[in-house]
Design a protein around this ligand. Structure first.
Ligand code: PLP
Length: 383
């Protein structure tokens, strides 16, 4: 008989942080009639063409294993999209179809890190990537983003040591919605190149921007950029779990080895849906983006009304609201749920520097966003 020990799970697994986003949502579990501003879910269905393509594929084709890196036709279509939409030149060989954007991030890190390697990460930033670094034996090092700077980094202030292997940048950003200018992307590339770092450029919100199209990292630093994209946000396909990594060709073999170990191939029905997604007219995508844009403006108007305006998010569909005046973000978060039925996420879920803030998702109905911000003002004693 095997002796029972206290080592039924690894120390690594036991120590990984849980998602603060899910924890925030669990406070609202079981309550009805709430305004949900906690999840990064588009509020619309995936385009009809996507759903039809998937249904047809399910009826007519056997769903089988596909090549680990994705089928050639999809990789060709992605290579075309990268050029058309992002100005990124990448041969189909350099495009790797992954299990969501999160899978692309994991493959990027897993093919890069040795135990003890440091990765620079944004604070606030999307928390799952921090857990990935920890799971791979890496050491997260954070660079701060402040609302006074529009939540944009200063690459010249990054503390880069001999163990620093990579920097993660995310534009447009979750949780802030900030978008890097072309000049800032160039500065990131210059600093990374100077120190020989890899840039893991998380561009999963590449098509959700309100002013100019976000600038891609790969053309600025092709030799060491690992670019992460996803079908989740642009096409409202979060549940289909499909993304892609764009990697220099010399890393494809290693990427395939890790992917084979972890998931062998992505879902074929999702791949069929993805091919259809790539044919969706730009106007259809932009009409959804226009809706987020309108909601952002509506939210900013409300913030100005209550004297809470701090910065203007240029993309994604998130907004950070400073509630530090209350001195107790957890209390504000709880009161918003209990007294006003409004669910948000405390900024601490995204990093220590955002402890006085709440993240609101703008993927809710216009009137709900207005009501939610009025509730924030009320909890802060401003109305
Ligand atoms: N990167 C960022 C910044 C995100 O916000 C998300 C999802 O919320 C992801 C990556 C992962 O995307 P996916 O749903 O495609 O795994």
């Amino acid at each position: 008989m095997v002796a029972k020990t206290d080592r039924d799970v690894s120390a690594m697994a036991a120590s990984l942080p849980r998602s603060g986003i899910r924890a925030a949502a669990s406070l609202a579990a079981g309550k009805e009639g709430l305004i949900h501003l906690e999840f990064g879910e588009p509020s619309v269905m995936a385009p009809l063409a996507v759903r039809q393509a998937a249904a047809e594929a399910l009826l007519k084709q056997r769903m089988v294993y596909t090549p680990t890196e994705g089928p050639p036709a999809l990789r060709q279509a992605l290579s075309d999209k990268l050029w058309r939409v992002n100005g990124v030149e990448a041969s189909p060989d350099e495009v790797f179809v992954t299990h969501g954007g999160i899978g692309a991030l994991y493959l990027a890190l897993a093919t890069l890190l040795e135990t003890g390697d440091e990765v620079l990460l944004p604070d606030p930033g999307w928390p799952n990537v921090v857990s990935q670094v920890l799971a791979l034996g890496g050491v997260p090092r954070f660079y701060p983003l402040a609302s006074e700077d529009g939540y944009l980094p200063d690459p010249d202030s990054w503390s880069i040591g001999p163990r620093t292997r990579a920097v993660v940048v995310n534009s447009p950003s979750n949780p802030t919605g900030s978008v890097f200018s072309g000049a800032l992307m160039e500065r990131v590339a210059a600093v990374a190149s100077h120190h020989g770092l890899f840039v893991i450029s998380d561009e999963v919100y590449d098509q959700i921007a309100y002013d100019a199209r976000p600038v891609a990292m790969r053309p600025l630093y092709p030799e060491r950029t690992l670019a992460v994209y996803s079908f989740s946000k642009t096409y409202a396909m979060t549940g289909w779990r499909l993304g892609y990594l764009v990697t220099p060709k010399n890393r494809v073999d290693a990427t395939k080895r890790v992917a084979e170990a972890v998931y062998s191939s992505t879902s074929m029905v999702a791949q069929e849906a993805a091919k259809a997604a790539l044919t969706v007219p730009e106007a259809e995508i932009q009409s959804v983006v226009a809706t987020y844009h309108r909601r952002r403006d509506l939210a900013l108007d409300r913030l100005r009304e209550w004297g809470l305006y701090r910065y203007t998010p240029g993309g994604a569909f998130y907004l950070m609201v400073d509630v530090s005046a209350a001195g107790d973000t957890a209390g504000v978060h709880r009161r918003l749920i209990e007294e006003h039925g409004v669910v948000t996420v405390p900024g601490s879920a995204f990093g220590a520097s955002a402890a006085g803030e709440l993240r609101l998702s703008l993927a809710a109905k216009d009137e709900d966003i207005g009501r939610a911000l009025d509730a924030v003002a009320e909890v802060l004693g401003l109305r």
